[in-house]
Design a protein around this ligand. Structure first.
Ligand SMILES: *Cc1c(COP(=O)(O)O)cnc(C)c1O
Length: 360
């Protein structure tokens, strides 16, 4: 039996997709073997990766002057790979709005000169910086942001005004495919798969072509975007199973009506959880400013933290898993990615309301 999995990642995947994977695991399309067992150079797998890319391009409306790379090493490897490929002898700007963009900023310091262009750490990462608080370098090689902070629950709905000619680089790991995004506003988008795309082990990079070919001479070939792009993400063996599963997720999202339809569902799901918090008379609390509350990751605390363990125990009884908050924030976190059903959200809201009625 499947339970409701609110884990921040690896996270819930659509049951229908997993059932298809199960059915195809031993014999994919009559080939007598599963995708995991197949040569990445053969026509069957080449078809799978090409179709995954085509479906992703259609879903996100990726312009033709962008390359799609299916890579490994997670979003964390991108924290280093981005400066290796894009710094090009200059420095880069970072806006720090939560734990993940802070990690990206710190990791980039191993590679080259980076500047802190703005930070909301002083306010506990509970809001986004105003334009007047940013000190952007018009000569930066790029400006890095994390458009959804998975731990702090802060989502960027309006992008900062970027100085002309400075490419915007975005870590979208935990909200890619949750709503339409205008890809043309970014120089590079990256996302680890295990939040909203598929299994861990795959990271997606969408990069504008003119940013390729600037990697420092010391960049290893598997970490060089231009080399990977020239080889169709197959300089070496790619994460074939993850690419296959991601492709099925893309088809599943298309069948739901694409990202505009997915967004409407995500708005409605998030509203139910935030309404439960706001309607609790202070029993539950989310510290994030209303204009940047994440639709994917909803951290909340109980007014009496001594009740946390009891809340989690009752959640487990009701088959609600993965609600314990990140240790740096405490309390709870409900990650309500694309694959979380309304049924799951309603089960969580029912628990929150029952629990508060009994304990308040
Ligand atoms: C999970 C996450 C990461 C780290 O991903 P890994 O695949 O573990 O490297 C980076 N950024 C964001 C926004 C995340 O949610």
């Amino acid at each position: 039996m499947r339970i409701f999995n609110f884990s921040a990642g690896p996270a819930v995947l659509p049951t229908a997709v997993l059932e298809q994977v199960r059915d195809e695991l031993l014999d994919w399309h009559g080939t007598g073997m599963g995708i995991m067992e197949m040569s990445h150079r053969g026509k069957d797998f080449t078809g799978v990766i090409n179709e995954a890319e085509a479906d992703l391009r259609e879903l996100m409306g990726i312009p033709s002057n962008y390359r799609v790379l299916f890579l490994q090493g997670g979003a964390t490897q991108q924290f280093a790979q981005i400066p290796m490929n894009l710094l090009d002898g200059r420095s880069a700007d970072y806006i720090v709005t939560g734990s993940w963009s802070k990690k990206a900023y710190k990791e980039a310091q191993h590679v080259g000169p980076v500047r802190l262009a703005g930070s909301t750490e002083g306010d506990g990462f509970s809001r986004l910086p105003a334009a007047s608080e940013l000190r952007l370098d018009p000569g930066a090689a790029y400006l890095h942001v994390c458009t959804n902070e998975t731990i702090h629950g802060v989502e960027m709905f309006d992008l900062p005004t970027v100085p002309a000619g400075v490419p915007l680089v975005a870590d979208m790991s935990s909200h890619i495919l949750s709503r339409p995004m205008d890809v043309s506003r970014y120089g590079l988008i990256y996302a680890g798969a295990q939040k909203n795309i598929g299994p861990a082990g795959l990271v997606l990079v969408i990069v504008r072509e003119d940013l390729l070919g600037k990697a420092s001479a010391s960049t290893p070939s598997v970490m060089n975007y231009a080399t990977m792009a020239d080889n169709g993400s197959m300089l070496n063996t790619p994460p074939t199973f993850g690419i296959y599963l991601a492709g099925l997720i893309f088809k599943n999202l298309k069948s739901q009506g694409g990202l505009a339809a997915v967004e409407q569902a995500n708005i409605a799901k998030a509203k139910r959880v935030y309404d439960a918090i706001e309607g609790s008379g202070g029993f539950y609390r989310n510290p994030v400013a209303a204009d940047c509350r994440s639709r994917m990751n909803v951290p909340f605390t109980l007014s009496n933290p001594a009740l946390d363990a009891e809340f989690l125990a009752e959640a487990a009884e009701r088959k609600l898993a993965g609600l314990k908050g990140h240790k740096s924030v405490g309390g709870m976190r409900a990650s309500i990615y694309n694959a979380m059903s309304f049924e799951g959200v309603d089960a969580l809201v029912a628990l929150m309301q029952d629990f508060a009625a009994r304990k308040a």
